[in-house]
Design a protein around this ligand. Structure first.
Ligand SMILES: *Cc1c(COP(=O)(O)O)cnc(C)c1O
Length: 359
């Protein structure tokens, strides 16, 4: 646990090892102090100095003209979908992608778009995948309006798209006049894994979204980065979606600490995920290749245990270990700031015992 364990948690909660997601991290004492002391103003008037500072720093770190602070990754993604397209177009994305599965069909709802999903090994789209789904202007089929990439890929198990693969998609799409958005909710995890700065890893995308509230440890918030024109228009859609948050500098204050200090802590999460994967691979009925675990997400196929993910999740919760099912056949474990190596070891022990127990 990091220093947040010193704050007001019920004693019962403290013993829970929460591997459901890296969104569950609690703000550190340093963040809480910064939030308490944050200078604020009305951000809809552009007058919140702390939000302005966070947006400037994010733009700087990503080597972009501008950045926009948004309440959630979903809002950042949906603003991007709107920015790059017109109603009635298609968006090429990976089949297990967050935008396609976990954003409440908002591409259709808000922007009038249809997803054109394509399945890719380990969730890693290449130009060949994208090319196979392209639709030019015709009188029969909707035109492709946007190419959508996700790095790291959440539901494919935190997998990393190599830089050359990413750059090729961007170059080829741009040559056809197609914009590219990057859902980089966990782009810092990819950057740590590859040893490439996020500016280099996202340079060719027209816009990139990343989350402050996941592994970086902020309580709330995501950022959309891009050129000044696109981000300025993005402010209009943020307001339209209800994301004009007024004195939200109290959130940006925590976000700044997450942005400056979060990335260097991610390597530990990756090591803990590898440790978990190696342990899980030895549990009868758990199928996971630890060599494929690159970042902080471990997804196991548990069908050979004879139990479904709901049954295992429930049994684990009864022993104070939390992990989410992805459908009935997969179980996901996510490491983050608030789980230590010792807690991962304890979780492994509990998973082993639960799975050895007769149904
Ligand atoms: C978490 C996540 C998002 C956005 O999530 P919010 O919960 O809306 O902040 C977007 N894309 C991916 C890949 C994610 O994992």
């Amino acid at each position: 646990m990091h220093e947040s364990s010193a704050t007001a948690e019920t004693p019962d909660r403290q013993q829970v090892i929460d591997l459901r997601s890296d969104t569950v991290t609690k703000p550190s004492l340093e963040m809480r102090r910064a939030m308490f002391e944050a200078e604020v103003g009305d951000d809809v008037y552009g007058e919140d100095p702390t939000i302005n500072r966070l947006e400037q720093r994010a733009a700087e770190i990503f080597g972009r003209e501008a950045a926009l602070f948004v309440p959630s990754g979903t809002m950042g993604n949906q603003i991007a979908a709107k920015l790059h397209t017109t109603h009635g177009q298609e968006v090429i994305c990976e089949e297990r992608g967050h935008v396609f599965n976990y954003e409440m069909a908002m591409m259709a709802h808000f922007s009038g778009l249809v997803a054109r999903p394509v399945w890719a090994e380990d969730g890693i789209l290449t130009w060949l995948h994208v090319k196979s789904k392209l639709r030019p202007k015709s009188y029969h089929a909707a035109k492709t309006g946007l190419v959508w990439l996700e790095n790291t890929h959440n539901l494919a198990g935190g997998t990393v798209t190599p830089l050359d693969v990413f750059d090729e998609i961007c170059d080829q799409a741009h040559a056809l006049g197609l914009p590219v958005h990057l859902d980089g909710a966990r782009i810092f995890n990819a950057a740590i894994f590859l040893g490439v700065p996020v500016s280099g890893l996202t340079a060719k995308a027209d816009t990139a979204m990343f989350c402050l509230s996941k592994g970086l440890g902020a309580p709330v918030g995501s950022m959309l980065v891009g050129n000044a024109e696109v981000i300025d228009r993005g402010r209009i859609y943020r307001k339209a979606l209800g994301g004009g948050m007024r004195q939200a500098g109290i959130l940006a204050a925590a976000g700044l600490i997450a942005l400056e200090q979060g990335p260097q802590k991610l390597q530990t999460d990756h090591e803990n995920a590898k440790f978990l994967a190696e342990g899980l691979a030895t549990i009868p009925g758990f199928k996971i290749d630890p060599a494929k675990v690159q970042t902080n997400i471990v997804i196991c196929d548990i069908t050979a245990t004879g139990k479904n993910s709901g049954e295992i999740s429930c049994a684990l919760a009864g022993r104070k270990v939390l992990a989410n099912g992805v459908g009935s056949e997969l179980l996901r474990f996510v490491t983050h700031l608030d789980v230590s190596r010792e807690e991962c070891a304890q979780a492994l022990k509990v998973v082993g015992e639960v799975c050895a127990a007769k149904a």
